[in-house]
Design a protein around this ligand. Structure first.
Ligand code: GLU
Length: 279
């Protein structure tokens, strides 16, 4: 069976030990299967993503001794493509415009953070027709409507990561209670949600195995729903453990102290990094 996986960082800060674990783990797994390891820059957050961070990611990955297959895939070059595909859901009557708080919208579109509970949207704007769409409106998925359109074949995905390993079924009632009408686009700036761009790219790049941190597990059901809506294949998922600091907190981009470049400047070798993250 083909094995294609990827490392998909958002270039919004320096790579740290947690990223190193994720990249090395995905890379080594791909190589062990005689498969491909792809590198993708998830830079749809145009405010926070910077080309300098993308360059430093390439430097860090190269320093770690990891090789990727094919060209680096950059999401910001594909925004028109994502938006064109999103319009198909407009045509199917599955989206509605929403003018609710910009801050909520920004938070919902940003790369996810562990421990930040997803706020299920109460449906305030669900009654609005697309003809009332204003330039600043976000677009939300009408999840109940989407489920009514999908065929009754169960929505399933296989998870192989130790924390949740099994065949998961996406239950519509639970999805509506826990996921709700997610934002797929912040129209004012043509920015599609992280999980939508990622869903398209995994399919377009032929990714067979998504290997990523445990903090992204909660996004998998909505990605599976989107795959079904767009008739895309569902990869196998493996959500791995997170690298934590001494207080047990997940490392974040602002934890510069754990930046790979800092370890490198202090004389650490890639083998030291592997040892530090338990690989
Ligand atoms: N871009 C996401 C992040 O940096 C990862 C997305 C994914 O691996 O699916 O958190």
């Amino acid at each position: 069976m083909a094995f294609v996986t990827r490392f998909a960082p958002s270039p919004t800060g320096p790579l740290h030990l947690g990223h190193a674990y994720s990249a090395i783990f995905a890379h080594d797994t791909a190589r062990a299967h005689g498969g491909q390891f792809l590198l993708r820059m998830e830079d749809t957050d145009l405010d926070r993503s910077k080309p300098e961070w993308a360059s430093s990611i390439v430097t860090d990955i190269t320093w770690l001794g990891l090789s990727w297959d094919g060209p680096i895939h950059t999401q910001s070059r594909r925004i028109t493509n994502y938006n064109q595909r999103l319009e198909r859901l407009v045509d199917r009557g599955l989206l509605y415009p929403c003018a609710c708080s910009r801050n909520d919208i920004r938070a919902a579109l940003a790369a996810p953070q562990e421990g930040v509970a997803h706020q299920v949207y109460p449906g305030t704007c669900r009654h609005r027709p697309m003809s009332s769409r204003q330039p600043e409106d976000a677009l939300r998925l009408d999840l109940a409507q989407a489920f009514s359109e999908l065929d009754p074949v169960p929505l399933e995905f296989v998870e192989t990561g130790a924390a949740h390993a099994c065949l998961h079924q996406v239950d519509p009632v639970e999805a509506m209670a826990k996921i709700g009408d997610v934002i797929l686009s912040r129209k004012g700036e043509d920015i599609v949600a992280y999980f939508l761009a990622s869903t398209f790219d995994d399919a377009d790049q032929g990714v067979t195995h998504v290997i990523r941190g445990e903090d992204l597990f909660e996004f998998t059901p909505i990605q599976v729903i989107l795959q079904r809506l767009f008739s895309l294949p569902t990869p196998i998922y493996h959500h791995h453990r997170l690298i934590r600091d001494d207080q047990g907190k997940r490392l974040a981009k602002r934890d510069d102290a754990r930046a790979l470049s800092k370890f490198c400047a202090e004389g650490a070798s890639p083998a030291d990094i592997r040892a530090m993250v338990g690989l």
